[in-house]
Design a protein around this ligand. Structure first.
Ligand code: ATP
Ligand code: MG
Length: 274
């Protein structure tokens, strides 16, 4: 039995603008080319590619996320989930396919240029500077910004109060769950439009996982689009507006989180059979 409805993830209301973690929306398309309103905010479209000169890992893989919604990628180990995230963030050169944000084709851009376009990525491993303090980690997140970052930092501390208490402590001394909060907080310091998270709940207890998912819902409610990979597939699909099951670098199933949780085959093969 899923508690899909009780997490309130269908609420698309946006909090008042002073609460926004994002920069005010900017028109990025050239004049005279109206954006297709039906297109998703973020899409990695028919992505094919691999590492260096190696064999293709992704096979015409398509992943999309609507503005202010939560999209989740699940699938077995080695399916290419992290590779898909890296491709969308520009860490992997695609042989075919495209990545678009708000209708803007960014396939040729470097990761740093994608950050300037409003993308933030929290990788699966080594996502904090362990010898730096919590606050220094957050400051590092804002390295591209030239404006005052204090307001955003206050918002991150509101979202994750424990980080404020521990702001002078080295990130390496924190628990796994707190480190993930630092990593997410650091990503939010760029005021992203899209937040990409690769297994944000890896290695944390079920209680900490629930807590983190609640914060992720809260972030989406401020209007930020979330794309995340999750090993805790069932729980993640419960908060997902859209879910993707990847197998061997290709789309195997997709639907709303609710649909995937209800799909017999998905349940049997990917969700532990119940
Ligand atoms: N840097 C790399 N260089 C070469 N091959 C890689 C690299 N990273 C991953 N791979 C290969 O790409 C394939 C997909 O790996 P990927 O890490 O994307 O899977 P995943 O779905 O994220 O798995 P997991 O659930 O274990 O995180 C695997 O066969 C893996 O060995
Ligand atoms: Mg991975």
């Amino acid at each position: 039995m899923s508690d899909y409805g009780s997490r309130g993830n269908k609420d698309r209301s946006i909090t008042k603008s002073s609460d926004r973690l994002t920069a005010p929306p900017q028109r990025s398309e050239p004049r005279g080319t109206p954006r297709d309103a039906s297109a998703p905010f973020l899409i990695g479209e028919a992505m094919t590619g691999g590492y260096g000169r190696g064999a293709d890992i992704l096979h015409s893989c398509t992943i999309a996320a609507e503005a202010g919604q939560i999209a989740v990628i699940v699938g077995p180990n080695g399916a290419g989930k992290s590779t898909a995230m890296k491709a969308i963030f520009g860490m992997l050169k695609l042989r075919e396919g495209a990545v678009k944000i708000d209708g803007d084709d960014i396939t040729g851009l470097s990761p740093q240029d994608r950050v300037a376009k409003g993308m933030a990525f929290v990788p699966q491993t080594q996502n904090v500077f362990t010898s730096m303090s919590v606050e220094e980690n957050l400051e590092m997140g804002a390295f591209l910004r030239r404006d005052d970052i204090k307001g955003t930092m206050a918002q991150v501390y509101d979202l994750f109060p424990i980080l404020k208490d521990k702001r002078r402590q080295a990130a390496g001394e924190l628990s796994g769950g707190q480190r993930q909060q630092v990593a997410v907080g650091r990503a939010l310091m760029t005021q992203p439009k899209v937040l990409m998270l690769d297994e944000p709940t890896a290695g944390v207890s079920p209680i900490v996982m629930d807590e983190l998912f609640d914060r992720i819902i809260e972030i989406a409610r401020t209007g930020i689009t979330i794309l995340m990979v999750e090993q805790n597939a069932r729980q993640a699909l419960e908060i997902a507006h859209k879910g993707y099951v990847l197998v061997q670098g290709a789309n195997a199933y997709e639907g709303t989180g609710e649909e995937l949780l209800a799909n017999e085959e998905v349940r049997r093969t990917f969700l532990g059979g119940r």
